[in-house]
Ligand binder design. Structure first.
Ligand code: NAP
Length: 543
């Protein structure tokens, strides 16, 4: 990796990683196995003040949904010191874990394992700057990359230079359009009663305390979404509200799940379907045509997105059934029950508008059932949780803003409205042959191929009750990526033997952001261990 020609800089890192979650810990683990081949100048920059893994959804009782063997190392190297089995052994729990008779640990235990692994690689010489957020990347004068971070505690700017960059920032909260105005302005009072599931555990205690002290009860809370996070949040809220007196009336607190679909759908965790997450499948996925990849994605989406683990569905159904039993007994016997919180699943719900009433301090929804077309006005909720999943494109903003570096890859700020699309590098040959424009123009990589656009369901009478697919000509900037997760510079820039561009010596890798080219397992833990090995091998490969 090190060419030894950049000695004018006092501290040039061989590798800087943005983020220090599972992907980059796994890369560290694969790297420390090869320290002899490296000069071990490796730095990871992580915005959390210490190692954390989805802390906002670390809810009591939450279980992992994949086998412990899909840890940071086993599938790549079962002998690695970083395996979950080695962690269990080090904690004196190996026998007890075996006695449990389950392949899936709790999320609490897996988070502890990841923290243990982070400490292990740090002890081996991997540097981690916690509490810093990377705010810019750019090309340095000698073709390396400068990385600028801000220390979150004091606002100090830090600058580093690296020969290689690996970008693994994880997902960012996806917020429905109707909710965005309330999120964007953190000073407005509405924000204090609005959460995304990713921040749920940190904020829900304070939120409930504030609304119970100042409002009339019973409380009413909306959970938007019908995936695993929505189900777990709903059940957790049900438990928390159970401990808060609902007032003197006959009605308890209410938690309403607002789903777009007709019901909660189970995740497909069956063995044949699970093969889609095998590391070997990445090759097939990467070499398949774009249409083929889209088709496989649609076919297998229910293994992961907008679905709920069947055990969680059963537990939620049991709660709802039990409340029906209570209500029936209460109605028949005129018994005065202490009212329990009530969960209602409101399916087929579209949210045409959302307001905030500053008088009552409540969110006021207009809802429409897209199947029956019935409209529900003035639906007031004391708080709203968006369990609406994650998006993974915010990292491209840094590349767009990086001017010289962005242009190396065919993108810059002047095309900021045009979406960036990852494309397997083999496609570049065909694309280059088709280009009429000069190849060094940033827009030379723009395609006008028709692209699928998903619109929200219309609400006018006569409208269909399903999400509508439209075709419209959409421009995209293509960003070429190799099988080993390295972004390739523009074809017009002379490509060197090592895959870097003339003048640009640094390599950029991305992790967990390339589902469209590398497959469904990309955002999950399934291939993390193998992927880390592939990236490290590529880093060391100068052919
Ligand atoms: P998700 O699976 O992407 O589900 C998002 C939900 O939000 C879907 O029901 C979606 O509805 C809905 N939604 C998105 N945008 C919306 C909008 N604009 N208006 C209304 N509804 C909207 O997200 P997730 O539940 O957070 O799960 C993400 C990943 O984390 C999954 O891999 C999951 O397995 C994992 N996870 C794991 C655990 C665990 O291991 N225990 C816990 C939580 C999450 P549609 O279905 O209509 O699109």
């Amino acid at each position: 990796m090190s060419t030894g020609t950049e000695s004018t800089y006092p501290a040039v890192y061989d590798l800087i990683g943005i983020g220090f979650g599972p992907s980059n810990i796994a890369i560290s683990g694969a790297l420390v196995e090869k320290w002899t081949a490296l000069s071990n100048r490796v730095l990871f920059i992580e915005k959390h003040p210490s190692f954390q893994w989805h802390p906002g959804m670390l809810l009591p009782g939450a279980q992992m949904q994949i086998s412990f063997m899909k840890d940071l190392a086993t599938l790549r190297s079962p002998q690695s010191p970083l395996t979950f089995v080695n962690y269990l052994h080090s904690q004196g729990r190996l026998s007890a874990f075996i006695n449990r008779g389950s392949l899936t640990p709790s999320r609490k235990e897996f988070a502890d394992y990841l923290g243990w692994a982070a400490r292990y690689v740090e002890a081996q010489g991997v540097n981690v700057n916690y509490g810093q957020e990377v705010v810019a990347i750019n090309e340095s004068m000698d073709g390396l990359i400068t990385v600028t971070s801000i220390t979150l505690a004091d606002g100090k700017l830090n600058s580093f230079i690296t020969r290689n960059l690996v970008v693994s920032p994880g997902g960012r909260a996806r917020i429905p359009n109707v909710v965005v105005p309330f999120i964007k302005e953190p000073s407005i009072v509405a924000r204090s009663t609005l959460l995304h599931s990713s921040e749920y555990k940190h904020r829900i205690g304070e939120l409930l305390e504030s609304i119970t002290s100042e409002r009339q009860r019973p409380l009413r809370i909306a959970v938007i979404g019908g995936g695993q996070s929505a189900a777990e949040v709903t059940m957790n809220l049900h438990g928390l509200l159970n401990d808060i007196p609902a007032g003197d009336g006959p009605i308890g607190h209410q938690v309403d799940m607002l789903l777009r679909k007709g019901s909660l759908k189970p995740s497909d965790d069956t063995p044949f379907s699970n093969e889609i997450f095998d590391p070997e499948v990445t090759n097939d996925w990467f070499s398949t045509s774009e249409q083929g990849r889209e088709r496989i994605m649609a076919e297998y989406k229910a293994t992961n997105y907008s679905v709920v683990n069947p055990r969680t569905i059963d537990a939620l159904y049991e709660i709802i059934y039990d409340q029906e039993v209570d209500e029936a007994i209460g109605a028949r016997d005129s018994t005065v029950f202490t009212p329990h919180p009530r969960i209602t699943i409101r399916s087929h719900m579209h949210i045409p508008s959302l307001k905030y009433d500053t008088g009552s301090k409540k969110f006021v929804f207009t809802l429409q059932n897209v199947r029956t077309r019935e409209v529900f006005e003035n639906e007031s909720y004391d708080a709203v949780v968006c369990a609406t999943g994650y998006q993974r494109n915010s990292w491209t903003k840094m590349l767009r803003a990086s001017d010289r570096l962005g242009k190396r890859f065919g993108i810059d700020d002047s095309a900021s409205d045009i979406p960036i699309k990852l494309v397997p590098f083999a496609q570049r040959v065909a694309d280059t042959a088709n280009l009429d424009q000069p190849q060094d123009s940033p827009l030379s990589s723009v395609s006008s191929t028709p692209t699928s656009v998903v619109t929200t369901p219309p609400i006018s009478p006569g409208a269909e009750n399903v999400v509508k697919q439209e075709s419209s000509p959409t421009e995209v900037v293509k960003l070429y990526i190799t099988r080993n997760y390295r972004l390739l510079p523009m074809a017009s820039t002379k490509t060197m033997q090592d895959g870097s561009a003339e003048g640009l010596k640094a390599r950029i890798y991305i992790q967990g952001l390339e589902e469209s080219t590398h497959g469904l397992s990309d955002t999950l833990l399934s291939v993390v261990s193998c992927r880390a090995g592939e990236v490290v091998d590529d880093l060391l490969n100068n052919d």
